[in-house]
Design a protein around this ligand. Structure first.
Ligand code: NAD
Ligand code: TYD
Length: 350
């Protein structure tokens, strides 16, 4: 059995690989093109495992993926590879179309051709899990119930639209060709190794260097936060026990306004790394809102809870404390990222 993980040098992918290597003895191939979001340092510990192999390459490169499938006899595909930051998709949507739509299409097409030539026994082993987001469902009003798997797709940002598009392709490959696929739609993740362009690591990074903590608009937008390891466990359950052709929503049951999130980070930091000049909360700064900013996301995880017996282990407080401690203990990882092109992004965005 060989598991192909794409995008394994990114935030969720690398956390998933660390989890997977402790749980399986199967061969694992990590295919990642190492964009700005992919970080070889996040996966260096994996090199000591004989059943692990890293390949630098893009899911848009059909020839390369075809030869990976043939050479490594892939039995499971877990597709994390994507452009994932909403603000970048607003300033430059093209890469989102290339990777999220065309790249996923390539991966599906190569999978289909490879799978169609397998023996019946090997065919029944094969599975393709597409890792997607709750942003495909659009924005909720305060009084609306959380997203179920049956909610209509109403993506609002170029990022969400590109992920929605890829989800539709995955669905079509099941209905048209019977390719054994599953899709998961997860809420906002946080935890170790997250690139500091996303809210939580950006706030931790800025607070530690006494920089302003930017809050878009009124800060009352709501996200449903899930600690990354809980997401990894859900993915592991889905790839092993999930039903072919199904979709699973995964969420933390942890709805928080952005302001609450930032205040929580400040108060944990006040305890863990007291600042002489006063609480980190004094750095909170309201800035221009994101265009088309979705007001609220929330996930109804009943299906995965009931059918796969999954539920998150971390509360927001325990997950946040682990996360902040990780960033405090891994300043070298952070310093490596926050030099160079990261500075250009921050200048352009804020
Ligand atoms: P990330 O941006 O941290 O990592 C993406 C990884 O994909 C990087 O390592 C990058 O180098 C790689 N990549 C990009 N383009 C590629 C290509 N063409 N070929 C191969 N590799 C490529 O993203 P993340 O936060 O780890 O998200 C992983 C997946 O989970 C994405 O599909 C995202 O849509 C989804 N998701 C993320 C969240 C979240 O809160 N971060 C929530 C739900 C779903
Ligand atoms: P983000 O981490 O980019 O995730 P997403 O847009 O996929 O939900 O943002 C989370 C929320 O935080 C979102 O409502 C936008 C907001 N936000 C800020 O207020 N300030 C920031 O500097 C960033 C990056 C995000």
């Amino acid at each position: 059995m060989t598991i192909l993980v794409t995008g394994g040098a990114g935030f969720i992918g690398c956390n998933f690989l660390h989890f997977l290597i402790d749980n399986v003895s199967d061969k694992i191939v990590n295919l990642d093109s190492l964009t700005y979001a992919g970080n070889i340092r996040s996966i260096e510990k994996l090199n000591e495992f004989e059943n692990y192999k890293f390949i630098k390459g893009s899911i848009c490169d059909k020839q390369k993926i075809t030869s990976i499938f043939r050479e490594h006899q892939i039995t499971k595909v877990i597709n994390f590879a994507a452009e994932s930051h909403v603000d970048r998709s607003i300033l430059g949507p093209e890469e989102f179309i290339n990777t999220n739509i065309n790249g996923t299409f390539n991966l599906l097409e190569v999978s289909r051709l490879y799978w169609s030539e397998l023996s019946e026994e090997n065919k029944s082993e094969f599975k393709f899990l597409h890792v997607s987001t709750d942003e495909v469902y659009g924005s909720l009003a305060l009084d609306e119930p959380p997203f179920k798997e049956t909610n209509p797709y109403q993506p609002n940002s170029p990022y969400a639209a590109s992920k929605a598009s890829s989800d539709h392709l995955v669905r079509a490959y099941y209905h048209t060709y019977n390719l054994p696929v599953i899709t998961s739609n997860c809420s906002n993740n946080y935890g170790p190794y997250q690139f500091p362009e996303k809210l939580i690591p950006l706030i931790i990074t800025n607070a530690l260097s006494q920089k302003p903590l930017p809050i878009y608009g009124d800060g009352m937008q709501i996200r449903d936060w899930l600690y990354v390891t809980d997401h990894c466990e859900a993915i592991y359950k889905i790839i092993n026990e999930g039903l072919i052709g199904e979709t699973y929503n995964i969420g933390g049951n942890n709805e928080k306004t952005n302001l609450e999130v930032v205040q929580t980070i400040c108060s944990i930091l006040d305890d863990l790394k007291k600042n002489k000049e006063g609480s980190y909360a004094r750095l909170i700064t309201y800035v221009k809102d994101r265009p088309g900013h979705d007001r609220r996301y929330a996930i109804d995880s009943e299906k995965i809870k009931k059918t796969l017996n999954w539920q998150p282990k971390e509360t927001f407080k325990t997950g946040m404390t682990k996360t902040i401690n990780w960033y405090l203990q891994n300043s070298e990882w952070l310093e490596n990222i926050t030099s160079g092109s990261y500075r250009d992004w921050i200048k352009k965005q804020y």
